[in-house]
Design a protein around this ligand. Structure first.
Ligand code: ADE
Length: 223
């Protein structure tokens, strides 16, 4: 899977790409992250990418031209979906990550400043995704969340044990509480079911805990 990331801050991805599961996925060649700084596509001598919005509103808007040329360069010989990260998009969830995990190549467009010119959204963007109902300074963190979430679904990236744990949101609902040694920490004991050695009892405990957590914290997931 290839992610083509268009961003004004490609350096923001370096720590992310060299750590943990994403680094492992890149090393295993299950994942490739290609970073393009779309400032390189500006047609003006100051390499300026933003301008004042029509209508006199506050904030700056990223111009259509550098984005259009950068996208054209990436897509002309090899079409791919283009996702733009914005709080106005549909909210990211596990199903969306699963749906995208089947693609070979995806373009991720990260905005900055107030917005990008609407005409890029009209002409070039195939999907708009939000990380949640809050405003970030740009789409980079959302793109990293997306790459991480899709990357760990790719075949061979997670080991068996991690794989089993990742099922949390595949069956809609939250996970169960986890414990490791010692059995007694500051007077708090591991639940009896988990130390019983009885596999059926352990499974029932986990299912009940997950259901109860989901009912109280995320009743929306049970509908
Ligand atoms: N860019 C700025 N805020 C964002 C958000 N909440 N989700 C995705 N991209 C964003």
């Amino acid at each position: 899977m290839i992610f083509e990331v268009l961003s004004l801050f490609p350096e923001a991805f370096s720590g992310f790409m060299s750590s943990s599961i994403v680094a492992r996925a890149i090393e295993k060649q299950a994942l490739e992250v290609r970073l393009t700084d779309f400032r390189k596509f500006t047609a003006n001598k100051h390499n300026c990418v933003d301008d004042y919005p029509y209508g006199g509103f506050a904030g700056m808007v990223i111009q259509a031209q550098p984005l259009y040329d950068a996208l054209n360069c990436l897509l002309k010989s090899d079409p791919a979906p283009v996702i733009y990260f914005t709080p106005q998009g549909r909210k990211l969830n596990q199903k969306i990550l699963q749906d995208y995990s089947g693609y070979q190549r995806i373009v991720l467009l990260c905005g900055h400043y107030k917005e990008i010119d609407q005409r890029i959204r009209d002409l070039c963007v195939s999907d708009e995704i939000s990380l949640g109902d809050y405003v970030l300074s740009g789409g980079e963190l959302a793109a990293m969340a997306f790459i991480d979430g899709v990357g760990r679904l790719l075949p061979g990236v997670l080991g068996d044990i991690e794989s089993a744990n990742s099922d949390s949101f595949s069956v809609p609902g939250l996970g169960y509480p986890c414990y490791t040694r010692p059995e007694n920490f500051m007077g708090l004991h591991v639940p009896n079911a988990l130390t019983s050695g009885n596999h059926k009892k352990i499974q029932e405990w986990a299912v009940e805990q997950a259901a109860s957590l989901t009912r109280t914290r995320r009743p929306d997931l049970t509908k």
